[in-house]
Design a protein around this ligand. Structure first.
Ligand code: C5P
Length: 250
């Protein structure tokens, strides 16, 4: 990694193969629109807006029709010409989808961002800060915010039944992590090779790198990088977009 003559290109992988069941019935989450534009297109633009990102790999739902639909949608929308965009089919779990994205990266990529399609509004400054930290030598970087709520660890019970509290972690030591998470590519590949897909698979790439014993660092996240998961998040995302359109060049 210390060979300065090697090109240092950064790619972004966007896992977008989830069905988004928590958002309610309808199209796969990444294809739902915000301000008239599919959430996935917002996410691709958020990555492509960073001059550091040379390539974006979109991981589409695994069936051929869905993959073709995602390709068509990307070709229909205006995106910066300097950014190359690939579409590959994903897997049953997020972990497998990310792995499919990593497998599609060309040999000259040395750093990678993993960004959820479900975080369409992350500002470019946050993306750039993650890339810079990786280029400065951090093997794994996550944007994160302090928590507003106190968090309890519980013994999960049956739905609807009271759950006993097991512990109350000190809130000041907790962070809610966002994406894009940035990695030295070789480190993330190793983490994926060493981590078997178990049940729903890993939902956090940095967590897999931690399991290798590699230090993961946190940089400040942004409140607009929230994940669109539940119906109320769509309302908030529309409001953020409307505010941006009213105040800057969107
Ligand atoms: O379900 P969740 O919100 O945790 O999904 C996070 C991201 O992972 C979403 O962008 C989703 O599209 C993606 N994902 C995927 N392949 C899966 C499951 C989720 O690419 N099989």
């Amino acid at each position: 990694m210390s060979d300065e003559s090697r090109p240092h290109r950064t790619a972004a992988v966007i896992p977008a193969a989830g069905r988004g069941v928590r958002l309610g019935p309808g199209a796969p989450k990444a294809l739902r629109t915000l301000g008239g534009t599919p959430m996935l297109i917002h996410a691709v633009r958020a990555m492509a807006r960073s001059r550091a990102v040379a390539l974006v790999v979109v991981v589409a739902p695994p069936d051929a029709a869905a993959t073709a639909e995602v390709r068509r949608m990307i070709d229909e929308h205006a995106l910066p010409e300097r950014t190359e965009i690939l579409v590959v089919p994903g897997g049953e779990t997020r972990q497998e989808s990310v792995r499919a994205g990593l497998d599609a990266l060309p040999a000259d990529i040395t750093a990678v961002l993993i960004h959820d399609a479900a975080r369409p509004l992350v500002p470019v400054d946050t993306v750039d800060t993650v890339v810079e930290a990786v280029r400065d030598g951090a093997p794994a970087v996550v944007p994160a915010l302090p928590l507003a709520d106190t968090v309890k660890e519980v013994e999960p019970g049956r739905p609807g039944e009271p759950e006993p509290v097991v512990a109350t972690p000190v809130r000041a030591r907790l962070r809610a992590v966002q994406t894009p998470q940035g990695f030295d590519l070789a480190t993330l590949r190793l983490a994926h090779e060493k981590t078997a897909v178990d049940g729903e698979g890993a939902t956090d790439d940095a967590g897999m790198v931690e399991q290798l014993g590699v230090t993961v660092v946190v940089i400040p996240g942004h409140e607009e990088a929230f994940k669109v998961t539940r119906p109320l998040d769509l309302v908030l995302a529309e409001a953020v977009l409307a505010r941006r359109r009213a105040t800057d060049a969107y």
